[in-house]
Design a protein around this ligand. Structure first.
Ligand code: NAD
Ligand code: DAU
Length: 369
């Protein structure tokens, strides 16, 4: 079926539709992490209806799900979570057993130039979902679950030592992390005040296939392919803890099914890299894969103006999720990075489609090139 605006619409025709199968709504399912979560749930839980709820912003791309969108247990609903009435209607129609909430404005640099978009989607959109779940589940919260996907950025910046844990106080430094911190507080408050069955996880930096090339790793891969300069912010000595996206999807599966109500779980890769070392690793790996002389890609590295309020270091202590739920990362960084680069090299059409038009305007506004 095609909706009035020409986009695919697989909404059930009957407004009183109620699937006999358990139903899970996954918001942001057309984005980077969301698409890996949707694929995993569609394939692993054929007896569960998986509804991908996404507004298809610049970051949402149904091509990410081309391999599962014909599955019998998959539905797509184009809904903007900023629209409270549309969100309530959606939740009333599906009466989901669970909501896994990933939809968000996710890029720190965009939050610096347009903070309100982050307030509207990340804060108000989340509260719209909480209100809809609370109304739909009134008097019947047992067995329901609202799972909010958050970030380690809510904790602020670490010095050279130490790790973020579930006990680390919130100290967000960017409009993006402030909006995610605010949404985390609302989710927790709906648990305390209304007894909404919630769980939250705070994850470190993800990488992998389908990552939009505004973020460090896919941007560098794309620029290397194109022979463009590789813009490293400041001195490049900022540190991030990288986790392969499929490992994050497996952690989300674990927390959704086995996490304790009202709890928070930190998820990370035990895999810290300074940006400049990571970019050099990418350059060496891509020299080899592209058959370029050693050192060729690294000639493209250029140090550019720093990000305002740039957090020095993130690193997660993922002991709790390992101890309580048995989850740990399964993919080494070398393996994950190699698979990621191979994916970009063999998905040229995907890359070309997402780096045309509005992307070029964004790129020249951000990097002046
Ligand atoms: P993304 O930007 O790739 O995808 C976001 C998705 O949300 C897109 O499909 C977009 O269309 C959709 N969306 C945006 N605004 C919407 C709206 N108003 N209504 C409905 N849909 C909307 O993001 P991502 O990197 O996949 O991140 C997903 C979630 O995970 C976010 O909540 C983010 O804060 C969190 N997270 C991301 C990372 C990371 O490294 N990428 C790490 C930890 C946590
Ligand atoms: O930690 C989890 C967070 O990781 C998520 O919540 C965010 O949604 C996600 O975007 C990511 O945030 P970062 O700001 O850490 O990711 P980004 O890829 O934008 O930047 C990673 C590091 O690389 C950071 O120190 C800034 C630097 N950088 C980034 C870009 C885009 C550069 O040096 N040059 C660049 O061009």
């Amino acid at each position: 079926m095609v909706g009035a605006d020409g986009t695919p619409n697989f909404a059930p025709p009957n407004p009183h539709y109620r699937s006999l199968m358990p139903t899970v709504l996954i918001t942001g399912g057309a984005g980077f992490i969301g698409s890996h979560v949707v694929r995993r749930f569609v394939q692993r839980y054929p007896e569960t209806t998986i509804v991908n709820v996404d507004a298809l912003t610049y970051a949402g791309n149904l091509e990410n799900l081309a391999d599962v969108d014909q599955a019998a247990n998959y539905r797509f609903e184009r809904v903007d979570i900023r629209d409270a009435a549309a969100v309530q209607d959606l939740v009333d129609r599906y009466q989901p057993d669970g909501i896994i909430h990933l939809a968000a404005e996710s890029h720190v640099d965009r939050s610096i130039s347009d903070p309100m978009a982050f307030v509207e989607t990340n804060v108000i959109g989340t509260v719209n979902l909480l209100n809809a779940a609370r109304t739909a589940w009134a008097g019947a919260m047992e067995g329901k679950r609202f799972y909010h996907i958050s970030t380690d950025e809510v904790f602020g910046a670490l010095g050279a030592e130490g790790f973020f844990t579930e006990e680390t106080p919130y100290s967000p430094n960017s409009p993006y992390s402030a909006s995610k911190a605010s949404s985390d507080h609302f989710v927790r408050a709906y648990h305390e005040t209304y007894g909404l069955p919630i769980v939250i996880s705070n994850c470190s930096n993800n990488y992998g296939p389908n990552h939009f090339p505004e973020k460090l790793i896919p941007l560098m891969i794309h620029n290397i392919i194109e022979g463009k300069l590789l813009p490293v912010y400041g001195d490049g000595k900022y540190t991030r803890d990288w986790l392969y996206v499929k490992d994050h999807a497996s952690a989300i599966d674990t927390v959704y099914h086995n996490g304790r109500n009202g709890e928070t779980y930190c998820i990370g890769g035990w895999n810290e890299w300074q940006n400049i070392d990571l970019v050099h690793l990418l350059c060496r790996t891509m020299d080899a894969k592209l058959g370029r002389p050693e050192g060729d890609c690294a000639k493209l590295i250029t140090f550019v103006k720093d990000r305002p309020g740039h957090d020095k270091r993130y690193a997660i202590d993922a002991t709790k999720i390992h101890r309580e739920l048995g989850w740990k990362p399964s993919v080494t960084f070398e393996q994950g990075l190699s698979e990621t680069i191979d994916w970009y090299l063999s998905n040229e059409t995907w890359l070309r489609n997402v780096t045309s038009g509005a992307y070029l305007d964004y790129y020249s506004a951000q990097y002046g090139a």
